[in-house]
Write a protein that binds this ligand. Structure first.
Ligand SMILES: N=c1c2ncn([C@@H]3O[C@H](COP(=O)(O)OP(=O)(O)OP(=O)(O)O)[C@@H](O)[C@H]3O)c2ncn1[C@@H]1O[C@H](COP(=O)(O)O)[C@@H](O)[C@H]1O
Length: 119
């Protein structure tokens, strides 16, 4: 699959479907929605959840065996969900992130880093 194909099938992915739900929760908030509560808390709340979940991913990665593996998958799903809420906060569809990942296909990470704007 070419990078272009990978991006063009993005609309079918579960991540794209989740993004649609997140965008809907932003447009139509309800008290029952955890996603809506994150939007309510703004960048501070969403950002703190991302940091918390990233910490839990790193902790899970150090756990041994099948239990640790399952925990890592579980915490990764939490982290990706909260990252997607951050993207939703800024109205960035997951397809744009997938396009950026596709753009990097085949490019050495060291070359890609050297091509980044200097900070
Ligand atoms: N994928 C997820 C998802 N992953 C994790 N979470 C929530 O993220 C939270 C992470 O766990 P924590 O223990 O850190 O959270 P917490 O202590 O309840 O939260 P805080 O008080 O710290 O904010 C839990 O409340 C999880 O339920 C998610 N909540 C929602 N979704 C998706 O979003 C959809 C819409 O959800 P609602 O907006 O709640 O309707 C759902 O159908 C799912 O598809």
């Amino acid at each position: 699959m070419t990078p272009e194909n990978a991006a063009s099938t993005a609309a079918d992915t579960v991540l794209a479907q989740l993004m649609s739900v997140i965008q809907d929760r932003k447009r139509n908030p309800s008290e029952k929605s955890y996603t809506a509560s994150l939007f309510q808390g703004g960048l501070t709340k969403i950002g703190s959840k991302i940091l918390e979940e990233a910490h839990e991913v790193v902790e899970a990665a150090a756990e041994p065996g099948d239990t640790g593996r399952a925990h890592l998958i579980y915490e990764s799903a939490d982290l990706i969900y909260h990252l997607m809420v951050m993207l939703g906060y800024h109205d960035i569809p997951i397809s744009e992130v997938e396009q950026e990942i596709a753009r990097r296909f085949g490019m050495s990470g060291i070359n890609e880093k050297n091509s980044r704007p200097k900070k």
